[in-house]
Design a protein around this ligand. Structure first.
Ligand SMILES: O=C(O)c1ccccc1N[C@@H]1O[C@H](COP(=O)(O)O)[C@@H](O)[C@H]1O
Length: 202
């Protein structure tokens, strides 16, 4: 199971996520209590070992800004929230980065990874980064095809159940590993990874 820990803003957070075994680490470069500048993201990216995917998260920014900020941050992937047509993913392809399409699970019936030319699909709650969960079992009958991540209100206490119900390729968490909005907890990050790994063995 692929695990992304999102919304990190300090080197200590990054070290905690790497130590716990995260596969990907996300930096929010859009309006959010977790926002970091591209320059801050670059410094955090430098603390991430090779083999761990670094992801810049955007919502509704113009594509030329996405391009510029992703390059400045030096990330390996961009995650786009908002209404983006397939042409947006085609346009960003020459960046040479992994492209993640984030969409609300509420409107994702029948979705497959790659529908818009993306490399990874992320199904999130209607309000990304809010910690709100949604009915993961709704996907049980027809989960997306391909590489897709489940997000929205995940936490150490519920991730095993969510994985069992939705059977995703990966999971993504932000609020559920925080002690308060925007402040990550190394203990909760480690606990989240332990729960996911244990669920994968079950
Ligand atoms: O974290 C944010 O503030 C954020 C802002 C804008 C777009 C996406 C954002 N975060 C994404 O939300 C999910 C996780 O949310 P949750 O807090 O665990 O419910 C994840 O994909 C983040 O990348």
């Amino acid at each position: 199971m692929f695990v992304k820990i999102c919304g990190l803003s300090t080197t200590q957070d990054v070290e905690a996520a790497v130590r716990a075994g995260a596969d990907a680490i996300g930096f929010v470069l859009t309006a959010s209590p977790r926002r970091v500048s591209p320059e801050q993201a670059r410094r955090l990216v430098a603390a991430v070992p090779e083999g761990v995917l670094t992801v810049a998260v955007f919502r509704d920014e113009p594509l030329d800004q996405v391009r510029r900020d992703a390059r400045e941050a030096g990330v390996g992937a961009v995650q786009l929230h908002g209404e983006h047509p397939a042409s947006a993913f085609a346009e960003l392809r020459d960046l040479g980065l992994t492209l993640v399409r984030a969409t609300s699970a509420a409107s994702a019936a029948g979705a497959s990874c790659g529908d818009f030319g993306e490399d990874l699909l992320l199904l999130d709650s209607p309000v990304p980064g809010s910690g709100e969960s949604w009915d993961w079992s709704a996907l049980g009958e027809a989960p997306p095809a391909g590489r897709w991540m489940l997000a929205g209100g995940l936490a150490p206490a519920n991730v095993a159940e969510a994985v069992a119900l939705a059977r995703p390729w990966g999971v993504d968490v932000s609020s559920g590993v925080e002690v308060r909005r925007g402040v990550k907890s190394p203990e909760l990050i480690a606990e989240f990874l332990r729960e996911v790994r244990a669920a994968g063995r079950g």
